[in-house]
Design a binder for this molecule. Structure first.
Ligand code: FEO
Length: 383
């Protein structure tokens, strides 16, 4: 619990107990579930926390409230990591008005099986006055769920941004923002770039001085940096002129070729990241593929298919609308190499991909006949 701003308090919690967030994202540094309280003539509690942390959160809220009663519980987002304690809160504070939009209340019924009695229905531009402070609501559908909304506190210029601008990592771990925010954004919200662009446009009309997300730290200095990264990510623009070489190898022959290519590129001055897809964090590799301007996929053929970890990696990219990148392909296969053709087909729905015509075709292990192919692929990537 700490003060974010005069009359605005942080009431959230750190979770170091889970290994996977949303059942798939590794969180070695934990994650925070953020909740805020605005204490004015009227009091608004903003969002709840994950089910496992109800007691700790309610204790934080009680400490902030002192002997006062809250007037509003604002639900910016209904995903259970933020909404699971609505009922627990209403049992203690039955007279509170629950603030949500029309989709919020449907989801509350679906998740928890009850109709909220004291509803305060808000839509685009609705304002709730708390005293000196007031909350203006901005709908942000699909950032990351359809009911998501954010709010702008007009006195302080703080935006309560729901999942937007969130980051993996608990608040008691000192860590930089960009990498874990990118992994969070690309993994969780990355599919919804146009909707994030819409939200950024709306925020661009406001004098935003602070961003208070539902995960990760409150952002208050150099907001242009965070907003610019969000603009880049949501517009699907590469963040860096760099090459990610991602490989799936069984006995090391495909790996060796991937590393040979990386060596050539590095010697030519390119920034290169090499990842073994079987052993690297999938979400990090996906985030890096979006970060880099170029991607090389090197896969063995397995059961007349792409090797499973490569197939899953490509699916993670296409599900998130991977686009506007240059892609090079390396295939391997001892008797029936077909992975390059299959990788090309699997990427065929992606917009604005420049899949390089030069494919490196390995039969079992790198041979002399591959040297020219590899050099040609490197030259295309260096253009
Ligand atoms: Fe942190 Fe979409 O929930």
């Amino acid at each position: 619990m700490f003060k974010v701003e005069e009359d605005i308090y942080y009431a959230g919690v750190n979770d170091h107990s889970i290994d996977l967030f949303e059942g798939m994202y590794k969180v070695p540094d934990g994650v925070s579930y953020n909740s805020y309280v605005i204490k004015d003539e009227k009091i608004a509690v903003l969002d709840t926390v994950d089910a496992a942390f109800g007691d700790e959160w309610l204790k934080n809220v009680r400490e902030i409230l002192g002997d006062r009663q809250p007037d509003y519980l604002v639900i910016h987002h209904m995903e259970p990591d933020h909404s699971s304690n609505i009922l627990n809160f209403l049992k203690i504070y039955p007279n509170v008005q629950v603030v949500g939009n029309s989709k919020t209340f449907v989801m509350i019924k679906e998740y928890f099986g009850f109709d909220v009695k004291n509803t305060c229905l808000v839509g685009e531009g609705s304002i709730i006055k708390l005293g000196r402070h007031s909350l203006r609501f901005i709908m942000a559908p699909l950032v990351h769920w359809p009911e998501v909304m954010v709010s702008y506190e007009e006195l302080s210029g703080a935006v309560f941004s729901a999942d937007a601008f969130g980051r993996f990592g608990a608040l008691d771990v000192d860590m930089p923002w960009d990498d874990e925010a990118r992994r969070y954004y690309i993994g969780i919200v990355g599919k919804y770039g146009p909707q994030v662009q819409q939200l950024l446009k709306k925020l661009g009309q406001l004098n935003v001085k602070k961003i208070c997300p539902l995960h990760g730290p409150v952002l208050e200095e150099d907001l242009a940096h965070y907003i610019s990264l969000y603009d880049t990510w949501s517009a699907y623009r590469p963040e860096k002129e760099a090459v990610l070489v991602a490989y799936a190898s069984i006995y090391g022959h495909t790996k060796a070729v991937a590393e040979m290519l990386a060596d050539i590129l590095v010697k030519a001055g390119k920034q290169v990241i090499v990842r073994d897809l079987a052993r690297s964090d999938r979400a990090q590799c996906v985030a890096e593929a979006f970060m880099c301007s170029k991607l090389v996929l090197a896969s063995v053929t397995y059961n007349a298919e792409i090797f499973p970890c490569m197939r899953e990696f490509i699916d993670c990219l296409t599900e998130r609308n991977f686009r506007a990148r240059t892609v090079g392909l390396i295939e391997n296969g001892t008797w029936a190499p077909i992975s390059a053709k299959l990788m090309r087909e699997r990427l065929s729905g992606c917009k604005d991909l420049n899949i390089l015509s030069q494919t490196v075709k390995i039969r079992a292990a790198f041979g002399e006949e591959n040297a020219a192919e590899l050099e040609a692929l490197a030259n295309e990537l260096l253009k």
